[in-house]
Ligand binder design. Structure first.
Ligand code: CA
Length: 249
């Protein structure tokens, strides 16, 4: 049982097919993950509590509770990146999976290279503003020379380094992907972000060009921000993408 392994990244593989499980375990271990594996959703929910993984690969077709339901329950107890792995590549399954909080999908059959590239991209996500990004002056920095980056926009506040987001001082339970999306948007709230740009900056450059990912995760983010018909935080710019709603409305 691994409780404290310093900075080592931990991964949990949830897969009932032995061949695929071995492939994923091997691939992730070559990427420096400490890998654990289970064969069912129920076992995954148990394992997550003790392992506190950074990454979970989740088979969609599992015995007992399926991948969709497992993902929904996992989301209540972990902020790990969740990559759903499916033999079925029907749009409806993919959308369902993403709506329950999976960060991405990989369709079987896939090879080790594809899995590796996606996991690398995921863990390369910007944790700090790049030099090229038009970062606003940090608000609420704790002192001169502090690099603690806090973004504010209306009632929303994002503590970038602490990876926490607040609305009216209430903390929001965002997944990593939702947090990354909100952070990107709030770095330049007046800018209109295309789906492709968000895909590149949040999911990484090697990512597939599936802009559905962006749409579904924006939808999840909107829900957690508590948007209503009359109160929006993220504005859809028709035919282009998204920007933050102006903070004075
Ligand atoms: Ca399966």
């Amino acid at each position: 049982m691994v409780i404290d392994s310093g900075s080592e990244r931990r991964a949990l593989v949830v897969e009932d097919d032995e061949d695929i499980r071995s492939l994923i375990e091997f691939t992730l271990s070559t990427q420096g993950f400490e890998v654990s594996a289970v064969e069912s959703g129920t076992a995954a929910l148990e394992a997550v509590r003790t392992l506190d993984p950074d990454l979970i690969t989740l088979d969609l077709g599992l015995p007992g509770i399926d991948g969709i339901e497992t993902c929904r329950r996992l989301r209540e107890i972990t902020e790990a990146y969740v990559v759903m792995i499916t033999a079925r590549n029907e749009p409806i399954d993919r959308l369902l999976g993403l709506e329950t909080g999976a960060d991405d999908f990989i369709a079987k059959p896939f090879d080790a290279h594809e899995l590796k590239a996606r996991v690398n991209a995921m863990f390369r996500r910007p944790r700090r503003p790049s030099a090229a990004a038009a970062a606003p002056a940090p608000v609420g920095a704790s002192g001169p020379g502090s690099t603690h980056e806090v973004l504010e926009h209306g009632v929303l506040r994002v503590d970038v380094d602490g990876r926490r987001a607040f609305k009216e001082d209430q903390e929001l339970a965002l997944t990593r992907t939702e947090f990354d999306l909100l952070t990107e948007l709030m770095r330049s709230p007046a800018r209109v972000w295309s789906r492709e740009t968000l895909l590149r900056s949040v999911w990484g450059t090697e990512w597939s060009s599936d802009t559905h990912l962006v749409e579904v995760h924006i939808g999840n983010l909107r829900r957690k921000l508590g948007e209503t018909k009359d109160r929006k935080f993220v504005r859809t710019v028709r035919g282009v993408g998204y920007r933050m709603e102006s903070s004075d409305t």
